[in-house]
Design a protein around this ligand. Structure first.
Ligand code: BES
Ligand code: MN
Ligand code: ZN
Length: 488
């Protein structure tokens, strides 16, 4: 997998500044006051730094912006990167400043003169997250990855605070890799193998194969994968870091490729459906982070891995299948497949684990892109308490989410003439009727939330902390939700 840069935290040694190669980073607050590290750079460079911080160009910079002074006199370094940042940045300011540093790094070694700046750990996290590059299928020579060293007045303290953040970065990278990976590489077998490898981190990983799923009666899930040569699977990952309390459950849609099945999608943009396992990817990334930071909570992650393909054996529109719960579904459109996968996995999660709460994630509907674009995931829930807790965690982490309505009138749209329900609710409110479908497989007393991440999982343009492509949206919010609500 793509691994985050290793970041070193060292004692301040200003005598090392003159001979440091690569790029040197200094932080200067809005009033242009230089700290000890910046003063050293200023002296060595015959006041080049002060000339810059006195300039109109510096004044025009916004908080978190970075400017580069190239090939400064008096330094071995090829550039000094000046980041405009107060001594006490907010968490988001610190992360965004780190991201700017990553963008300026360009494969060079970095010496970051942090001194006593607050939230150096968050700056390091922003740097690590934005430095992500999915280059495993590029055959050209691999770009060098420069070393990163922070010089700090309290390096041990920051290193300690940064350790759970390294776990976050690795979880996010794991999710991004899974989502970016093409479907001929990330088959259901390959996906399951990558999850099984997490046993080395102390997670219990169990793989249910098609025969097991058939025995459990997971006919709606199996109906999605039956047209594919890749076998359908459910993978259960358990992290038992708490006591003997019931776990919190995370459930993910893992459609490794969504052609639409017999209700075939049109060609334009279909290649994007390699990301249709995004929900499962986020669940996997969260489980990885929890294991790496040895979270004191019980969390179980379940993913339904299938491929939605047309074939002589594929499900037809009009077919009626029975779910594990026992309810029958008339499949009007084989492209509304994610809900069929989740129905069985949600039911199984509740039957087996009696979870204290449950959140599922899915790239479920194109309609959520129409409603919310790439900025916010859609949140649907039967619990104000769980919704509020998630929205708070997401806001803190800078991951957008917006609660959407649900209700019986929407649920009525799923009525079928011949079965207990149909799998689509018509043209309008497509994201909501999808959520209503899922809720039919959630027990009334289980606090549950559904996150429709079709718009946030993958973006064409870079975001604050990620290059274009898979964002890893949700890993940080869910990790924080678990830390705040379920860890003691
Ligand atoms: N995987 C898609 C949803 C999707 C669309 C994800 C765009 C990411 C980007 C899902 O399985 C799907 O095809 N949904 C249909 C539902 C419809 C047939 C009721 C859709 O949104 O068109
Ligand atoms: Mn589909
Ligand atoms: Zn899909």
């Amino acid at each position: 997998m793509t691994t985050p840069a290793e970041i070193q935290f060292k004692e301040v040694d200003l005598d090392a500044v003159a001979s440091a190669t690569g790029k040197i980073v200094v932080f200067v607050d809005a009033d242009g006051k230089l700290d000890a590290g910046a003063r050293k750079v200023n002296t060595l460079s015959r006041k080049a730094l002060a000339r810059f911080t006195d300039s109109a160009a510096f004044e025009k910079m916004a908080t978190g912006d970075l400017a580069t002074l190239a090939f400064p006199y008096g330094l071995a370094a090829e550039a000094v990167c000046v980041v405009k940042l107060g001594r006490r940045p907010t968490m988001q300011e610190a992360r965004k400043a780190g991201a700017q540093i990553a963008k300026a790094q360009n494969g060079k070694d970095l010496l970051v003169l942090g001194g006593s700046i607050a939230r150096a750990d968050e700056i390091a996290l922003g740097l690590a997250l934005r430095a992500y590059d999915f280059d495993s299928h590029k055959s050209a020579e691999k770009k060098p990855k420069g070393a990163v060293c922070f010089m700090l007045s309290k390096p041990e303290e920051v290193a300690k605070a940064a350790s759970p953040m390294a776990a976050i970065a690795e979880g996010v990278f794991f999710t991004r890799d899974l989502i970016n990976e093409p479907a001929n590489v990330l088959t259901t077998d390959d996906f399951a193998a990558r999850l099984a490898a997490m046993q080395d981190l102390g997670l219990d990983v169990e793989i249910l194969e098609e025969a097991d799923l058939a025995k459990l009666g997971m006919r709606t899930l199996l109906s999605v994968g039956q047209g594919s040569d890749s076998p359908s699977k459910v993978v259960v990952m358990s992290w038992n870091g708490g006591g003997d309390e019931a776990p919190f459950a995370l459930v993910g849609k893992g459609v490794v490729f969504d052609t639409g099945g017999i209700s075939l999608k049109s060609a334009g943009g279909m290649e994007e459906m390699t990301m249709d396992m995004g929900g499962a990817g986020v669940v996997a990334g969260v489980m990885r982070t929890l294991a790496l930071r040895k979270a004191r909570a019980n969390v179980v992650g379940l993913v339904g891995l299938v491929e939605n393909m047309p074939s002589g054996n594929a499900t037809r529109p009009g077919d009626v299948v029975k779910s594990m719960k026992g309810d029958t579904v008339e499949i009007i459109n084989t492209d509304a497949e994610g809900r069929l996968v989740l129905a069985d996995v949600l039911w199984y999660a509740q039957e087996r684990f009696k979870p204290v709460g449950m959140i599922n994630l899915a790239t479920l509907t194109g309609a959520i892109l129409v409603a919310l674009g790439h900025e916010n995931a859609g949140l649907f829930s039967n619990s104000d308490d769980l919704s509020d807790a998630f929205l708070r965690a997401a806001k803190t982490e800078g991951e957008g989410a917006w609660r959407m309505p649900m209700g019986p009138a929407y649920d009525d749209l799923l009525k079928s003439r011949i079965a207990d329900m149909k799998n689509v609710g018509g043209r309008y409110a497509g994201s909501i009727t999808a959520a209503q479908f899922l809720q039919r497989f959630v027990k009334d007393d289980v606090p549950w939330a559904h996150l429709d991440i079709a718009g946030t999982a993958l973006v064409k343009k870079e975001t604050a902390l990620a290059p274009a492509g898979a964002t890893g949206w949700g890993v940080m919010a869910l990790n924080r939700l678990i830390a705040d609500k379920y860890e003691n």
